[in-house]
Structures are given as C-alpha cells and as structure tokens.
Ligand binder design. Structure first.
Ligand SMILES: [Zn+2]
Length: 143
C-alpha cells in the first residue's frame, strides 16, 4: 500500500464537540462565549477559563485573525499526510481572542509570516477527510 492510498485518521467527536462539528459542516466557525463574564474561548470546555462559570454558549466567530505562530511540516507524523508536505500548521489568534490550531492553505509555505491576517475557510483536504476549518492569508496581507 502506498502512502497516498492510506486513509488519514478520522475525527472522534464527543458530545461536547458535536455541535461544533455540525457547524463546520455548514461552513460556520463556532467558539464558546461565557454569559457571565463575556469572554470567548476555544477549544470547547465545560467551564469558563476566566470566571469558572458553567453558563457557556456558542457564537459564530467573525472568522478572521492573525498568525500567532506556525511551523512548516516537511516530515508528516503519519504516512497518510506524506503527499501533503510541505504544509503549514499555525496557531491562529482569532479576533475574539482565542487561539486555535489549523492549517494555512493556498500560500507558499515560504511566504507565510507571523502576524499575517487570515480568514477562515472550510475545506475537505482530501476525499476521505471531514470538512475542516482552515485559514487563508488575506489578499491585502499576502506576499
Ligand atoms: Zn466567564
């Protein structure tokens, strides 16, 4: 079996993240907002990380942010991603504040920079994969 024929490991949604994955399938990026203190957080948790309230709800993120840090993957951790290298994994700081790990797509990895403005997009990166939120560098902030 060649690396290209290997299936990528799938997702494992849990009850707490099920709504989030359903939103991704609709092309929406959700984050949690605390009704007690108004702070936002990602990834989904049962308590607010600022005030410990359990009064959390989902809101649709603006979908924009900036690259807080990134790496270029040249040696994948699983053989199924070998055809994708090199690719960019970044920590995106959303405009609401939370940071989320994602891929930066449609850019030459050599031109990705910390601080670049990005916007969420939704892609099925291969036929066997689920829809995932990825980020694209804003045209105004590209190379
Ligand atoms: Zn709170």
């Amino acid at each position: 079996m060649t690396a290209a024929a290997l299936a990528k490991p799938g997702l494992s949604p849990i009850p707490r993240t099920q709504l989030w994955w359903e939103a991704v399938e609709r092309g929406e990026l959700l984050i949690q907002r605390c009704a007690s203190c108004g702070s936002y957080q990602f990834y989904p948790r049962v308590l607010c990380t600022r005030c410990w309230s359990e009064d959390l709800g989902w809101v649709q993120a603006i979908g924009s942010g900036r690259i807080w840090t990134f790496t270029v993957v040249r040696m994948p951790g699983h053989a199924a991603w070998a055809p994708d290298v090199p690719y960019v994994i970044a920590l995106i700081e959303l405009d609401e504040g939370p940071r989320m790990m994602s891929r930066v797509v449609d850019s030459d990895p050599r031109e990705v920079r910390v601080g670049q403005r990005v916007r969420v997009n939704f892609r099925r990166l291969s036929p066997s994969e689920s829809e995932l939120p990825v980020f694209v560098v804003d045209a105004a902030d590209g190379p």
